[in-house]
Design a protein around this ligand. Structure first.
Ligand code: KG4
Ligand code: ZN
Length: 356
């Protein structure tokens, strides 16, 4: 009797040889349960997302146990919705891609277990996908002609990396945050300013009416372009202290000015370091990825700097910026084409594979 891996070998060969094959993506690493169907790896047929933001907002951040339970409750309906929207059934799907790391371990476990069950039941090849690689792949969905190599700035809630994308499955970590991720800093500053979770979009909105030069929040480490690493905990703490001191004195600080100054500092650091990395490594393209890529100030600043320095700038369409399954399906597609696939012993991991 053939085991799962042997049984699905033919389906795997067929997927690789069929340019318009369909792939189902599943994502459950944090607070979004998502599924998507893609054709040929880059054409998005459907997307379904159930966001848990309203649930976690009550607690001011993601509560891991609540996230896992919500994924368990929703995942079947979300996958069905993606298939239905695409107008296909499970038999039409050529392969299944699922986020397996990094993220909340209990949350990842829901998606990985579900995907393994589906792959086994329907005899479909399976591929475990790194979430950060997925964020990078969101750019392939936006630019049909984009191919490695290129430099990529990944700024999400859990990670901030400058990554050299050498090939679809080959990455070199060039720089990273020494402490808080960019999105995490946005979320913590939002909390200090009395804004709800997730803080990024809220800080961005408040910053629009503020003066970015009101509070100089720059640090020497972030201004040093000979180091690609950056650090956000210092400016985050500066904002928290500003609010604290003002409250103790009974002052009402200008929150919009603080939000604008903070955002300006983060945007300058991310822009200047990633552009420098792209130029130093001889890359013609700089891409942006991760939840913070939805930030308009960052998108505009990077576009301007790339124009000035002769670089092509790529950033995902807004619908691919925050967590979604289309980007996971896309990255899974390229891993499959590189002859990589997972067996049923695929396990989730809270840690990233991208390390130096
Ligand atoms: O990539 P993502 O959806 O989840 C992780 O993989 O972490 O990123 C979520 C993060 C949150 O920290 C959120 O505050 C931030 O992205 N974010 C933003 C914006 N939209 C989302 N940060 C700044 N400006 C935004 N417009
Ligand atoms: Zn993410």
């Amino acid at each position: 009797m053939m085991n799962y891996f042997e049984r699905t070998q033919k389906a795997f060969e067929h997927y690789k040889a069929t340019p318009d094959a369909l792939i189902l993506g599943i994502e459950s690493s944090c607070d979004e349960t998502a599924a998507a169907v893609l054709r040929g790896g880059r054409e998005v047929f459907s997307m379904a997302v159930h966001t848990q933001i309203p649930i976690h907002r009550l607690y001011g951040g993601v509560v891991p146990e609540i996230a896992s339970r919500s994924h368990t409750e929703r995942i079947t309906a979300v996958v069905e919705e993606a298939l239905e929207k695409a107008g296909v059934g499970l038999p039409d799907i050529g392969a299944i891609a699922v986020t397996c790391a990094p993220g909340l371990i209990g949350a990842l476990l829901v998606g990985v277990s579900f995907a393994k069950g589906l792959a086994l039941a329907a005899d479909k090849p399976l591929i475990g996908v790194n979430h950060i690689e997925g964020h990078i792949a969101a750019n392939y969905l936006t630019y049909p002609d984009l191919e490695p190599p290129f430099m990529c700035l990944v700024a999400s809630g859990g990670h901030s990396h400058i990554v050299l994308v050498k090939d679809y499955d080959e990455f070199e970590l060039i720089g990273r945050t020494r402490d808080d991720a960019a999105g995490e800093a946005f979320d913590k500053v939002a909390r200090a300013l009395g804004l709800p979770y997730p803080g990024g979009p809220e800080v961005e909105k408040l910053a629009e009416s503020g003066n970015a030069r009101a509070y100089p929040l720059h640090t020497p480490f972030n201004s040093d372009l000979s180091v690609y690493d950056f650090s956000f905990s210092g400016i985050k703490t500066a904002v928290v202290n500003l609010m604290h001191n003002a409250q103790q004195k009974g002052d009402e600080p200008n929150r919009a000015d603080i939000a604008a100054s903070f955002q300006h500092s983060v945007v300058e650091t991310l822009t200047m370091k990633s552009v420098q990395a792209a130029l130093d490594r001889g890359m013609g393209t700089l891409a942006l990825a991760g939840g913070v890529s939805a930030n308009k100030a960052l998108r505009e600043r990077l576009q301007r700097e790339c124009d000035k320095r002769g670089l092509r700038f790529c950033r995902p369409d807004m619908r691919f910026c925050t967590d979604n399954a289309a980007m996971i399906a896309c990255q899974g597609h390229y891993r499959l084409l590189k002859d990589q696939r997972s067996d049923l012993d695929l396990n989730p991991s809270a840690e990233s594979f991208l390390s130096r």
